[in-house]
Design a protein around this ligand. Sequence first.
Ligand code: DAT
Ligand code: MG
Length: 148
Amino acid sequence: MEKTFLMVKPDGVQRNLIGEVVKRFESKGFKLAGAKLMVISNELAEKHYGEHKERPFFGELVDFITSGPVFAMVWEGENVIATARQMMGKTNPQEAAPSTIRGDFGVTVGKNIIHGSDSPESAEREISLFFDESEIVSYNKQDSAWIY
Ligand code: DAT
Ligand code: MG
C-alpha cells in the first residue's frame, strides 16, 4: 500500500493542531504507520528542503522549520500521496480552499501548518530521511474491510 510523509510544522504544533490534523487523516480512512515529535536539525532541514536551496526564502524556511518541535508522520492508504495533498490545500493558505487544512487554519505562505510529500519519489526520500525502518509499524486494522 502507498505511503506518504506528512508533518505538522512548528506553527501547527504551537497552535494545538496536531490532533486536528491526525483526526482528518484517521477519519478519512488512512492508516498511521509511524509518528514522532522531534526538533529538526539544520542539516536535516537543508536536506529535506534541498529542492528549494536557490529560492530567496530558503534561509527563512530552514529557520522556521527548525524553530520548534514538529510532528512527523507516515500515513498509508490507496492514493494517499495525492489525496493528502488535496486535503492539505494549496501552498498559500490564501489560495487554499475551505475544508482543506491550510484553507481552514493558515493565513500566510510561510506558516502553512503542514508538509506533505508531493510524489512517490519524494515520499520515499522523505520517509527515509525522517524515519528509521524500525520506526515504521506494519499492522492490520479491522476497519480496512469497510474502507476497501
Ligand atoms: P508545499 O509545502 O505545498 O509542497 P513548496 O514545496 O513549493 O510547497 O514549498 C515548501 C515550503 O516553502 C512551503 O510550504 C512554504 C514555503 N514557501 C513556498 N513558497 C514560498 C514563498 N513564495 N515565500 C515564502 N515561503 C514559501
Ligand atoms: Mg513541497
